[in-house]
Design a binder for this molecule. Structure first.
Ligand code: NAI
Ligand code: PYR
Ligand code: MG
Length: 573
């Protein structure tokens, strides 16, 4: 498809086949000559529209729908019909429409997947069909140049848990964001759901559920199934990026560790979230004129994202401020459902992957605890006097007025990042945190929120600390250079580039991260930084000069514009 205006494309489809193919369909955008060549003259009304005119019409149709979920369904239908129009419309109304196709609205679409279902999109690899997985995989990929696989097993979708086959909706949304913000050609991306069953009883009881109605497969059978898929990707598309999304806590980090040195794999919830949060914190410490290593950081919700953030911030402190790993680890205080993660919780409550961050009991001997010896968030805040409070717990309202005010007693500019999605699960509404701290809090959230009013009447824009601000660029930087692996240093390079674009660098009253309306430019810069790093450290599969990277990336970006079609029976189909 088109990577630049006025591109010519040879196409082998005619008539209804071209009109019903979203990659090629232009609707009323087919020129008179194309209509003749492709057998469309009698299949379309007379007028030829420009893409601009089609976008105006589609936007009017969208606005008639008031509820976000109805807008989401409309946009899904548009994507099923015509990719250029879909991405063209989104590009023209980026900030308004990202929350419709992504968090928060996509969470509702996923939760209601079986009821909203009209048409399949992506690849459904289902456990009882394991035997035929290679054939099913090749049905959709054979002969195609695939650069990106986005895969989910749907165990931990956004903050709404196990969604079974509906998880395809997060893979397709993340994939669409790659196209929109980094310019990945949608015909070179495949969204995959690994349907290994669901433990969501509501779905299992639902007669309209369209996934495999079975309890979730775990253990060796699960590992074998996932491995079979990963090996197919490695065998047939060795230079692709494999993006893992919303896997459960028992698998996300384990699978990343298993495959990270074998293929270019990326776990967005761990690495993407870690990277965007590192950028937001780098920006915040710029405002407070302190260093990353000066912070005392409380992370509430030590799951996939919480731990990913902790590790990425720790690695950032080591790389940027040159602290040892042991010293950097001491900056963190993690809480999970049993309160502060400290030694006496014992191995049954401390997951192996949080061991580096377990606090010694001696430090908490004088702390108030409940009857089970658990130390809660307020007590931790009282004792630690954190400068940074991050939430990834899915516990709406967990950062209470008392907690926030206690934090603000001890730190001039409390840095508070309630990152849980969708919006209704946020640990504290940013306007409350703003009011309770007299406008002193430096804030970032996972989903979009309106600006807050400061005591001086000014507006404070809430940064959206969502991995979508960075993962498309991280992934594209790796893909475009055909990196054999995605290294931690490539991710840190991307995070630092994002931090360098923070509006707060210009004025400390500005948002901590660039606005989502800037997300295309931001992801372009991140992709450049990642590609430069891949070339510097030798993980790239291409031999490019660093000074050519910007141009190479620009040239390869897919942009939503119609190419001129020429009929050719050996052309694309
Ligand atoms: N802003 C962003 O870019 C991202 C945000 N997220 C959000 O972060 C949240 C968590 O996602 P994951 O880490 O994938 O889920 P997860 O299930 O791996 O982690 C959630 C953690 O919170 C803990 N938790 C539950 N109740 C708690 C309580 N009362 N107190 C303390 N901890 C408690 C759980 O035990 C678990 O360890 C979700 O809302 C998700 O949407 C996730 C990835 C990216
Ligand atoms: C943003 C994202 O990846 C999540 O909430 O899971
Ligand atoms: Mg996610």
């Amino acid at each position: 498809m088109s990577t630049a205006t006025s591109k010519v494309m040879r196409v082998a489809l005619r008539g209804d086949s071209i009109l019903t193919h979203p990659r090629f369909n232009k609707g009323t955008g087919f020129s008179t000559a194309e209509r003749k060549a492709f057998g469309l003259t009698g299949r379309l009304p007379f007028c030829v529209n420009t893409l601009e005119e089609q976008c105006v019409r589609a936007y009017d149709q969208l606005l008639v729908r008031e509820e976000p979920i109805r807008k989401n369904s409309f946009l899904q239908s548009l994507k099923d019909q015509n990719w250029v129009l879909y991405y063209g419309l989104l590009t023209r109304h980026l900030k308004e429409l990202i929350p419709i196709i992504y968090t928060p609205t996509q969470a509702d679409a996923i939760a209601n997947y079986s009821h909203l279902f009209r048409r399949s999109e992506g690849m459904y690899l289902t456990f009882p069909n394991e035997e035929t997985m290679e054939r099913d995989f090749l049905e959709q990929t054979k002969g195609r140049d695939i650069q990106l696989f986005v895969v989910s097993d749907a165990e931990a979708i956004l903050g709404i848990g196990d969604q079974g086959v509906g998880g395809i909706g997060i893979a397709t949304a993340k994939s669409a964001i790659y196209t929109l913000l980094a310019g990945i050609d949608p015909s070179k991306a495949v969204s995959v759901t690994l349907d290994v069953g669901t433990d969501n009883q509501g779905l299992l009881n639902d007669p309209l559920y369209v996934g495999w109605p079975n309890k979730r497969i775990r253990g060796a059978a699960y590992d074998r199934f996932v491995d079979k898929f990963v090996q197919l990707v490695r065998k047939h598309h060795p230079h692709s990026l494999l993006h893992f999304e919303d896997f459960g806590i028992g698998n996300a980090k384990r699978l990343l560790d298993l495959y990270h040195d074998k293929h270019a794999v990326f776990n967005d919830d761990i690495q993407g979230t870690g990277a965007v949060t590192l950028a937001a914190l780098t920006s915040a410490v710029g405002v407070t004129k302190s260093k990353l290593s000066d912070q005392r950081i409380v992370v509430y919700g030590a799951g996939t994202a919480g731990l990913g953030i902790t590790r990425q911030l720790r690695d950032g402190i080591m790389a940027i401020d040159r602290l040892s790993e042991a010293d950097a680890n001491k900056k963190f205080f993690l809480l999970d459902r049993f309160g502060l993660i400290k030694q006496s919780l014992g191995s049954s409550k401390i997951r192996p992957d949080v061991r580096e961050f377990v606090r010694p009991d001696a430090e908490w001997a004088d702390a108030s605890a409940n009857e089970r010896g658990e130390v809660g968030l307020l007590e931790v805040v009282k004792k630690v006097k954190p400068t940074v409070l991050v939430g990834c717990s899915t516990q709406a309202g967990a950062f209470t007025e008392e907690v926030v005010k206690e934090m603000a007693k001890h730190t001039e500019r409390p840095i508070i990042f309630p990152l849980s999605n969708p919006s209704r699960l946020v640990e504290v509404h940013p306007s409350d945190a703003n009011d309770w701290t007299g406008g002193k809090a430096l804030l970032a959230t996972g989903s979009p929120f309106p600006p807050c009013k400061q005591p001086n009447g000014k507006e404070y824009v809430i940064a959206e600390c969502n991995n979508a601000l960075i993962y498309p660029g991280l992934g594209y930087g790796a893909m475009i250079t055909q990196a054999s692996i995605m290294t931690d240093t490539m991710i840190i390079a991307g995070a630092r580039r994002l931090a360098s674009l923070s509006p707060a660098l210009k004025d400390p009253d500005n948002a901590l991260l660039p606005d989502f309306s800037e997300a295309k430019h931001v992801n372009f810069e991140v992709a450049v930084a990642v590609a430069e790093q891949a070339i510097t450290e030798g993980s790239a599969g291409v031999e490019w000069r660093k000074e050519d990277i910007r141009e190479k990336i620009r040239e390869n970006m897919w942009i939503p514009e119609y190419a001129k079609f020429v009929y050719d029976e050996r052309g694309e189909k």
